[in-house]
Structure formats: structure tokens, C-alpha cells
Write a protein that binds this ligand. Structure first.
Ligand SMILES: Nc1ncnc2c1ncn2[C@@H]1O[C@H](COP(=O)(O)OP(=O)(O)OP(=O)(O)O)[C@@H](O)[C@H]1O
Length: 665
């Protein structure tokens, strides 16, 4: 059995956190391979090159179109500089350089096309998103220009021009609306597709290689808590938050570029001071935020535990009701909730500390412009308007530079989610890679028509307990084996080893392949679905005709379950609570009738049946020519088996014929 590494919880903003982020984020856009981060980064840069050059071409096109279509007066007033600039670009090699940038970007995509052929949609959407961000920024700048002209014509009482510009203003807003709409839609849609892909990927890996079983408490160890929550919620938070940060960072970069130019012309000192202020502020908030990662991580875990406590009650409602265990259950759920509250309390305190710090940072950010610019004003080096202009530019740039400071709570929560997904992903990868733990002895499995065990030493997955020693056994065709022994001696574990779920130990097991084996536990598994999917499990519903289903029900004496169900096989109920245990066990036999496996494993699979029904289903197995191994305590079982394997104390065992065993009872 794989010894999964214990969950690696990291609560710092470090390279490992970044690696986890890349491990989860990259595969949707580029397959994870050796050195693939370089290719991925290269593609991102190429995308940016293409979008920037396309935006530039769009700007040139729109400007030329506008100059041709719009009134000359407007163009002169609003965009004279721009038209001249565009004309200058058209004369210079600048346009050619942009075309070259575009071609290089497109070339990079062509070079990697083979790898991203099936991933073109996310790249296209990402490119579209970045383009829209440019467009909306451009429109915003345009609107400020138009607004300025509007105000000027109002002040100058130029009525005609005022109305004309008002019309143009409205037109610009109308154009801006669909861009805004697309900008709201696209990230959400991309987030949705990304979530779908990532969730499917996690599900595929979770169910592949029986990871879900190996991470279960019945297996080696519980390496990660609440995998369900990680797949259902953490994935969603990951895709949503990644995209929303991407947009914020992009916006911030654009703001930074435009306003730094303004501020630099006013005061270089102020620009540098601002930089220092933002860097120190960010460093402090990252330090404080580190503490928050752990608290957020615990919050996610405790919330999931709390929810699981409730689900557990729902799943076992009847048993709890029989035991009248309400008080106990309420206590266990309340305890879990109590832990949620306790941790949340810490979260509130740390969030408060951080928000006080953020206020402090915000308030004091107003001082440096005064300290630096006002002396320039007093000394007559700058005019009065520069003060408010520099304060505005300063606050804009500060906002852009301070994303981390202002969003540290959100970032810590995100980092906690990345941690949870990262460790889950890592554990799944370990299980996938090391199907077997090379450092521990393993029982080897071979496929053959019959069951044969050679020198098998079976141990529990934690290798703490030897259950059976040096077991040698082989079954002839159509021969049935009954395993008996006191409770806890390892009967079910032996079945697990035969089914290939456990391989902790030594020796060799030869058995039919997994597809040819059907397992019947004491409490059969009832899946969520209609009667048809119940019966054909683990096959797909369309595989058998209604006549076959009916015949199977007939054979296991269950025909009557259709009597009061007019929907027939499409009836949908909570089967595990509707059917009695005996009915569930017979339904499991109906599955055997339908699937016709070569081999069946029954773990007290008839314990809830009366003797007549037990006789009926075992005779059915015999008539179908299925070989089987059963575990059971009832003496009547001897009638349906040739050989008995008795597990004895001290990991010993013995085999005897069914008749011999019966005689000894
Ligand atoms: N995942 C596990 N890790 C470690 N020990 C385990 C694990 N699962 C079961 N065991 C232990 O292995 C031993 C054998 O368990 P098993 O279920 O095979 O007993 P059994 O003979 O089938 O009992 P019963 O007749 O009561 O069903 C028990 O002591 C049990 O506690």
C-alpha cells in the first residue's frame, strides 16, 4: 500500500507556494512538463505582445476612421494631438516595429501550437480579456477628454458645440457599454470554463488509481482532510480569485504607467518617495498576511469538518434515531462548530489589526505629497494647480502599487486555498507515481483464471500487524472457498488483498482480472440514482434491457419491488433507506446475474437473508458457473462451499474440507 506523504502545509509566501500555484494554474493553458514554465511564460509574453500590437492597430484604425467621419472641429478639439501622433507613426518605422512584434508573438504561438492545440479557447479568451482592459482604459481616457471639452464649452457659453459634444459623449458611453458588459462577462465565463476543466481534472485523478480509496481512512492513512471540499469549493475560489487578481494587477499596471509619467514631471523626489512608501507598506502587510494564511487554512478545514459532521448525521439518520443518539450527535456537530467559531474569532482579530494598519497606511499616504510639493510651491518653483494634480497622481499610483497592502486578507485566503489544493495535488501525484511503495514489501498480483495464493503474508496497510502468515491456497475451477475465523482476525482484509485493494505484505496472489470480479459486501452499496442504475451497477444504465432486469429480479426473489412502483425501473428513491438490508443483499445478487463475473467475493453477503433465500442465491451462483470466495459465520454456508479456510490466532491458518469443518462444529 502506498504510504502517502503527510500533508505538507506551508503557511508562508514563498517559492513553494508559487510552485503550487503554477502546478494548479498552468495545466489549463499549457501541459505541465519539464521546463514547461518557460514555455508558458513565453506564451504569456507572446500573448501580451499580440494584444498590445493589435490594440495599437485598433487605435490607429479608430483614430483615422474618427478623423474621416467626425466633424473636423471635434477632432481638432478632442484628439488633435492624437491624429497628429498617428500620422507621425504612420510615417515612421514604428508601425513596422508593431507589425514585427505582432508577428513574433504569433510565431511563438505557431511554434507551440502542437501543445496548445486543444487549449486555444482559454488563450483566446485571455487575450480578449486583456484587449478589453486596454479598450476600457482607452475609453475612460477618451471620456475624460470629452468631459473636459464639454465643461469648457459650458464655461464659454458655446451652445452649439456643447450640444454637439453632449451627443458625442452619449455616443461614447453607448460604445463603452458593450465593452463594459463584455468585461463583466468574459472573466466570469473564463472562470467557469477553467473551473470545469480543473474540477474534471481533479475528479479524473481522484477516481483514477483508486486515489479516493487510498486517501481514505480505511487505507494507509488520511493524508489530506476533506478532499470533497477541496474539489468542490477550493477549485472554484482558485479560478475566480486568480482571474480577478489578474484583472486588478493589469489595471494597476496601466494606471501606474499613465500616472507615473505625470508625477515624474512634477517631482522625481515625490515619485521615488512614493515607491519607497509602497514597498515598505507592502513588506509589512506581507509579514502580517503570512499569519493569516494559516488561520484561513484552518478556517477552510474547520468549515469542511463542520459540514461533514452534518452530512454524516444525514447519512446515518436511521441508526442515530434507533440509538436515540441525538444528544451525542448534536454535541459532536456543536463541537465542530465551536472550533469554527474559535478560529473565526482569531480571523476577526487579525483582520481588524490589518485593517487598522491599512487605514494608517492610507491616512499617512496623504502627507508625503504635501511635504515634498508644498515647499516647491512656496519657493515658487511650481504653481498652485500642481499640488492637487500631484496629490491625485500620487493617490492613483499608490493605489496601484498597494494592491497587496489593500488586499492582503483576500490574498492570504487565496494562498490558504492554493495550499490546500497544492498539497492535495501533490498527494495525488505521489499516489499516481508510486502505485506501490518501493521501500516496503508488497504482495505481487498476477492475473490468471483461478485463485491461487503463494506464501502470502498479509499485513495491515500501516504494517503494524501481521494478519495471516505464509498462506498457500489454490482453488480449482468452480470450487468455492469459505473463510471463517473470529472477528478482527483478518477475514475481510484477506478479501481486500484478493480484490487488489491491499497489497501490504509479501507473497503472490493470482486471480482473475478486476473486471471479472464482483464484490458483495455485507451492506451493499446503494448509489444515488434510479432503480435501473441501481441494478446494473457498476455498469452504465443502457447496457441491459428491461426484460433482462426483470429476469434478474425474478431470480433473486425481488420481483415484488416493482409492484407498487408505477415508474418501474425509473423509480427514484433513497434506496439505502427504503430497501431492507436483506433486499439490498439480494439486489447485489441481481447485479451478479446481470454482470456474470467469472469470480465473486462475498463478505457476509447473505448475513441478512433467511435460510431459504440464502439457499436460493447461492444455488444461483452455482448454476451460473461463478467461482466465489465467501466470508461468513453461519454453519449453513458449508453447504455451498467445498473448502474452508480458518484463520487462527497468532496469524496462523488451516484449510479443511467443508464436511470436516461441519463435523467439528
Ligand atoms: N486501514 C487499516 N489500517 C490498519 N489496520 C486495519 C485497517 N483496517 C482494518 N484493520 C485491522 O485489521 C484487523 C482485521 O480486520 P478485518 O476487518 O479484516 O477483520 P475481520 O476478520 O473481517 O473481522 P469481522 O469478522 O469483525 O468483520 C483488525 O484488527 C482491524 O482493526
Amino acid at each position: 500500500m502506498t504510504a502517502s506523504p503527510p500533508e505538507i502545509n506551508r503557511f508562508r509566501f514563498d517559492k513553494k507556494l508559487w510552485d503550487s500555484f503554477i502546478q494548479i494554474a498552468q495545466p489549463y493553458f499549457y501541459p505541465l512538463e519539464k521546463n514547461s514554465l518557460w514555455a508558458f511564460s513565453g506564451l504569456l509574453i507572446a500573448l501580451l505582445m499580440d494584444v498590445v500590437s493589435l490594440t495599437f492597430f485598433a487605435l490607429v484604425g479608430v483614430t483615422k476612421l474618427g478623423a474621416a467621419v467626425l466633424p473636423a472641429q471635434f477632432v481638432d478639439l478632442v484628439a488633435k494631438g492624437l491624429v497628429q501622433q498617428v500620422d507621425a507613426w504612420l510615417q515612421s518605422p514604428f508601425l513596422g516595429i508593431c507589425a514585427l512584434i505582432f508577428l513574433v508573438g504569433a510565431g511563438v504561438f505557431a511554434a507551440f501550437w502542437r501543445k496548445i492545440r486543444h487549449r486555444w479557447l482559454p488563450w483566446l479568451m485571455l487575450g480578449g480579456l486583456i484587449f478589453l482592459l486596454f479598450a476600457i482604459n482607452g475609453i475612460n481616457v477618451g471620456i475624460t477628454f470629452i468631459a473636459r471639452v464639454l465643461e469648457n464649452s459650458l464655461v464659454a457659453k458655446e451652445q452649439a458645440s456643447f450640444w454637439q459634444f453632449l451627443g458625442i459623449y452619449v455616443l461614447t458611453l453607448v460604445i463603452a457599454l458593450p465593452v463594459r458588459g463584455a468585461l463583466s462577462y468574459l472573466p466570469l465565463k473564463l472562470g467557469l470554463l477553467w473551473r470545469e476543466w480543473l474540477t474534471d481534472d481533479f475528479l479524473r485523478r481522484y477516481f483514477g488509481n483508486r486515489v479516493y480509496y487510498r486517501l481514505d481512512s480505511n487505507s494507509a492513512d488520511t493524508a489530506v482532510d476533506n478532499p470533497d471540499q477541496r474539489i468542490t469549493e477550493d477549485v472554484k475560489a482558485f479560478t475566480d480569485t486568480t482571474l480577478s487578481f489578474l484583472i486588478q494587477v493589469f489595471d494597476a499596471v496601466l494606471t501606474l504607467i499613465s500616472f507615473t509619467a505625470i508625477l515624474w514631471t512634477v517631482s522625481k523626489q515625490l515619485t521615488l518617495g512614493l515607491l519607497a512608501y509602497a514597498v515598505i507598506g507592502t513588506a509589512i502587510s506581507v509579514l502580517a498576511g503570512t499569519k493569516l494564511i494559516r488561520i484561513n487554512f484552518d478556517q477552510l478545514r474547520l468549515e469542511a469538518n463542520f459540514r461533514y459532521g452534518m452530512v454524516h448525521v444525514r447519512d446515518n439518520a436511521e441508526t442515530i434515531a434507533f440509538y436515540q443518539g441525538e444528544a451525542q450527535e448534536r454535541r459532536q456537530v456543536r463541537d465542530r462548530f465551536g472550533q469554527v467559531l474559535l478560529n473565526f474569532d482569531r480571523l476577526i482579530i487579525w483582520n481588524t489589526i490589518l485593517s487598522v494598519y491599512q487605514r494608517f497606511y492610507d491616512y499617512f499616504s496623504r502627507i508625503p505629497p504635501y511635504l515634498i510639493v508644498v515647499p516647491l510651491y512656496f519657493s515658487g518653483q511650481q504653481d498652485f494647480g500642481v499640488i492637487s494634480q500631484s496629490i491625485l497622481a500620487f493617490s492613483q499610483i499608490l493605489g496601484a502599487l498597494s494592491i497587496i497592502t489593500y488586499q492582503i486578507q483576500e490574498i492570504s485566503r487565496f494562498a490558504a486555498g492554493v495550499n490546500r489544493l497544492g498539497s492535495f495535488e501533490q498527494v495525488m501525484r505521489t499516489v499516481e507515481r508510486t502505485e506501490t511503495d518501493r521501500n516496503r514489501p508488497q504482495i505481487s498480483t498476477e492475473y490468471g483464471p483461478l485463485l491461487r495464493l503463494v506464501d502470502v503474508i498479509l499485513e495491515t496497510p500501516d504494517y503494524r500487524k501481521v494478519l495471516v502468515k505464509d498462506l498457500n491456497l489454490s482453488l480449482a475451477d468452480q470450487e468455492a472457498l469459505l473463510i471463517v475465523g473470529p472477528s478482527g482476525f483478518g477475514k475481510t482484509s484477506l478479501l481486500r488483498a484478493i480484490a487488489g485493494l491491499w497489497n501490504s505484505g509479501q507473497g503472490q496472489i493470482e486471480r482473475p482480472s478486476t473486471q471479472d470480479i464482483l464484490f458483495l459486501p455485507q451492506r451493499p452499496y446503494m448509489l444515488l440514482g434510479n432503480l435501473r442504475s441501481q441494478l446494473v451497477y457498476p455498469h452504465a444504465p443502457g447496457r441491459f434491457s428491461d426484460a433482462e432486469l426483470l429476469d434478474a429480479l425474478e431470480r433473486v426473489n425481488l420481483r415484488y419491488i416493482l409492484d407498487d412502483r408505477p415508474e418501474g425501473f425509473d423509480a427514484l428513491e433513497d434506496w439505502s433507506s427504503v430497501f431492507s438490508l436483506g433486499e439490498q443483499q439480494r439486489l447485489a445478487f441481481a447485479r451478479i446475474v446481470l454482470s456474470r463475473p467469472k469470480f465473486a467475493i462475498l463478505d457476509e453477503g447473505t448475513s441478512a437473508l433467511d435460510v431459504a433465500n440464502e439457499h436460493r442465491v447461492y444455488t444461483l451462483l452455482r448454476n451460473l458457473g461463478i467461482s466465489y470466495v465467501s466470508v461468513g459465520h453461519r454453519p449453513t454456508l458449508c453447504d455451498f462451499h467445498e473448502t474452508v479456510l480458518e484463520i487462527l490466532p497468532e496469524s496462523q491458518w488451516r484449510t479443511l474440507s467443508a464436511d470436516e469443518y461441519r463435523a467439528q462444529q
